[in-house]
Write a protein that binds this ligand. Structure first.
Ligand SMILES: Cc1cc2nc3c(=O)[nH]c(=O)nc-3n(C[C@H](O)[C@H](O)[C@H](O)COP(=O)(O)OP(=O)(O)OC[C@H]3O[C@@H](n4cnc5c(N)ncnc54)[C@H](O)[C@@H]3O)c2cc1C
Length: 286
């Protein structure tokens, strides 16, 4: 199965094995099998921050489904499966009058991906609401408090093969109409600032320390509209790469390398990529 079908950028070659476990026991059985077979393991959510190699992934790719994507709203927050989509969680907690997770409305990922990436927007991030997680790996199941995950800007200490199967978020009481209004406001702000219909993986690079964002630096480098093969740097936001015509991951990678080179040469800034890679693909230094 080509990974391009499971990434928002729409690139990536074949996964050697792809499985969609729908409960913890099935997941554990798959992980143990992969270990016996000495296969590499990767978990993907909605593939919204992922650049898989054009040569694919030699190993087992897992996507969480069923009970591993279930959502239970509680009086003080939510317990959600790693495969639950952020959009559904945002809607359910909003309907229940629980505030504090609105920032996630425009992040097209899953709970597991959001924990792994410490996803955030509008001055808030996963870390602000995360109480703890359940992590499943070939070594078994463990629970971890949020503090143990070393969550910083778009970073956690979760390793490949460590799968977040459940997360608990603590939220505050709020007015459902007010929550809905804030979600709508965030979504409108997104549509105004970023390409929403194009195939992208969100921000390519993290924002560097200092005044300027990666988008501003890359725009000042004259990169808007710069094209390699079927991929181009967005005209709307220079820190986004769009797959506009059957791009390959190699096309995307070439744009990233050029962007980093120019940012370094013109601004002396070393841009660090936010997007995660899968398989035999290396983002070389500028
Ligand atoms: C249009 C657009 C806008 C975006 N805006 C934002 C934004 O505002 N803020 C932001 O932070 N990000 C943003 N992103 C990036 C992306 O949505 C987030 O990083 C999101 O958290 C990725 O979630 P995912 O489930 O799709 O993970 P994937 O992209 O599938 O995977 C990303 C990483 O998480 C790991 N992972 C996935 N699931 C699990 C799991 N269950 N357990 C352990 N590890 C897991 C993967 O192995 C991989 O390393 C945007 C992306 C797009 C396309």
């Amino acid at each position: 199965m080509p990974l391009s079908r499971f990434t928002t950028i729409g690139t990536g070659g074949l996964a050697q094995y792809l499985a969609e476990p729908n409960e913890e026991l099935a997941l554990q059985t798959m992980l143990q099998w992969a270990e016996q077979e000495q296969l590499a393991i990767a978990v993907i959510g909605l593939g919204s921050n992922l650049l898989p190699a054009d040569t694919g992934f030699a190993g087992l790719v897992l996507r969480l489904d069923g009970a591993l994507a279930a959502i239970e709203v509680t009086e003080t927050g939510v317990i959600a499966g790693g495969g639950a989509t952020l959009a559904t969680v945002v809607r359910k907690v909003g309907d229940a009058g629980l505030a504090g997770f609105e920032f996630a409305c425009a992040i097209p990922g899953t709970i597991g991906g959001a924990v792994r990436m410490n996803a955030g927007a509008y001055g808030r991030e996963c870390k602000d609401v995360l109480v703890g997680v359940t992590i499943c790996s070939a070594n078994g199941i463990r629970r971890a408090h949020a503090d143990e995950l070393a969550l910083t800007y778009r970073h956690s200490n979760l390793k490949p093969g460590e799968i977040v199967t459940q997360a608990e978020l603590a939220l505050a009481p709020g007015d459902p109409a007010g929550i809905k209004a804030l979600v709508r406001e965030y979504q409108d702000r997104r549509s105004a600032a970023q390409p929403r219909k194009a195939r992208t993986f969100g921000s390519v690079f993290k924002n560097p320390a200092g005044e300027q964002t990666s988008g501003q630096i890359l725009e000042a480098c004259g990169l808007k509209g710069y094209t390699v093969g079927g991929a181009r740097i967005s005209e709307k936001h220079a820190n986004f790469i769009e797959n506009f015509a059957d791009a390959t991951s190699a096309d995307v990678l070439a744009l990233m390398v050029e962007a980093r080179r120019r940012a370094r040469e013109q601004f002396g800034v070393e841009l660090e990529h936010e997007v995660q890679t899968l398989g035999d693909i290396v983002i070389p230094p500028a």
